[in-house]
Design a protein around this ligand. Structure first.
Ligand code: TMP
Length: 215
């Protein structure tokens, strides 16, 4: 029998891996079971964090390279958005014993900023210690995708994406880093999302079901 308890589920992966699609599917599948669940994302998730998200993402498309945010400014903005998100949405929801599904969380900062951009790990960990205060995912799904599939998916998107701005090698590096972060961790699941079909949706639901003992 399902007993209400705080439970934090995170989806991670590079652009075009299908994590937004799968997190939405999981959200709907849990709702169908009448489970108290929220779906949120990073950067963003609250009014103020979404404002910060816009700042960050807009900067990637600025034409004038000289005025682009420094990588530490960028990192601090991701962390500022996370602080707002944890304080005003994630922690209060967990305290109410809700299930929280989040599209990206701390591993994105480790993969993109630390491994991708070479921002100091120590710097990020110190800030994380202050802002997380024990909030950590119960399950992390790392969705792995082939370069070919992610490119096809991103081409279909109406809104501009950062694939236009970053080299392919950057994303290969980031994906590798996600896979490394998952190594030897029992609560991490690496799933191939190249198909991103019903079988993946079922697989994810079954893993969550097993942990939560949903009937
Ligand atoms: P999204 O398009 O998947 O919502 O993510 C927005 C972008 O933000 C994506 O390119 C990954 C990036 N990102 C980081 O670089 N560091 C972070 O900590 C987070 C949460 C996202």
């Amino acid at each position: 029998m399902y007993k209400k308890k705080p439970f934090f589920i995170v989806f991670e992966g590079v652009e075009g891996c299908g994590k937004s699609y799968q997190s939405n599917k999981l959200f709907n599948n849990l709702k169908k079971k009448k489970i108290d669940v929220i779906l949120t994302r990073e950067p963003g998730g609250t009014k103020s964090a979404e404002l910060i998200r816009n700042l960050i993402l807009k900067d990637y498309f600025l034409k004038n390279n000289k005025e682009k945010f420094d990588k530490y400014t960028d990192t601090l903005l991701y962390l500022a958005a996370r602080n707002e998100h944890i304080k005003n949405k994630i922690r209060p929801s967990l305290l109410k014993k809700k299930i929280v599904i989040c599209d990206r969380f701390t591993d994105s900062t480790l993969a993109y900023q630390v491994h991708g951009k070479k921002v100091s790990n120590h710097f990020i960990n110190n800030i994380h210690k202050e802002i997380l205060k024990g909030v950590k995912p119960n399950i992390v799904f790392i969705l792995k995708v082939s370069v070919k599939t992610s490119k096809i998916r991103l081409k279909k998107r109406k809104t501009k994406n950062r694939y236009d701005n970053f080299a392919q090698s950057f994303y290969t590096k980031v994906q590798k880093s996600f896979l490394k972060l998952a190594k030897n961790k029992k609560n991490y699941y690496i799933l191939d999302s190249s198909l991103n079909d019903k079988s993946l949706e079922n697989k994810i639901f079954n893993i969550v079901n097993k942990s939560l003992k949903i009937k």
